[in-house]
Design a protein around this ligand. Sequence first.
Ligand SMILES: [Zn+2]
Ligand SMILES: [Zn+2]
Ligand SMILES: [Zn+2]
Length: 282
Amino acid sequence: MEILYMGTAAEERIPGMFCNCELCQKALKLGGKDIRTRAQALIDGTLLVDFGSDTYEHFIREGRTLWDIHSILLTHSHPDHLSLEVFSSRYHWMSAETCKYPTLKLYTSQGVIDKIWRVVEARGLEKEMIEKYWEFIPMEYFQPIDVDGYTVTPLPARHAVPEQAFVFLIEKDGKSIFYGNDTGTFGTEVEEWLADNNKHIDLLSLDCTKGDVETPYYGHMSMSQGRAIADRFIAKKVVDERTKLYYTHFAHGCKMTHDELAKVAKEKYGFEITYDGFRLKV
Ligand SMILES: [Zn+2]
Ligand SMILES: [Zn+2]
Ligand SMILES: [Zn+2]
């Protein structure tokens, strides 16, 4: 499998949309890997993970549109992960006549699906039209589901309570990616399920919204908290020396440039870091 990190930031992005702090000023000057857009990933060029408001720009950067995307896995409904603006953009006179698939499938928790329908109603969109071009498929914690030949298991993230946010285990051809942006330190039931089901993770990709700064906020992780998760997984033998360890989903509160983050991550915690446009094969 190949993962493309299309975006690697939290909601405000880096530089922050309304920010003028030291890091955001530096990022503007440095450009390149220091410009981070909202978190999104694409597996093998086909399976999309998350659907935030930078989606269009991410695809244009890749020189394509979403006309041939069939399925989206959605971690939760925060605005960096779900754009609630574009459901009508698939109506036949805007797009769907030339789409490869008449219906775009969106896999997420029932809590998020309920929220989508509330927004559809509040915007005065016709339910029948949305149902024609979108299919919202509920997933449940620890219940694997086949998505276009990938086995996807949603596991409980500690985030966006009470809507049931997910981290995903994505498996294909004997390889597995644990994609865990937007979560705090999750409960031991996650590694227990992984161990009980004889899983081995080839890529462990974890939330690093706090960078190397410790804060009490429950719903995101620092580098040291991510390292602690890796160590818990190692103890359960689901992560080992073959596993690639990556931090992703950064915020300007990290106060570090890409190069500074990469150095601290590597030297202090044994992790690598992502950047927008970064590709990795497992
Ligand atoms: Zn996020
Ligand atoms: Zn800033
Ligand atoms: Zn979030």
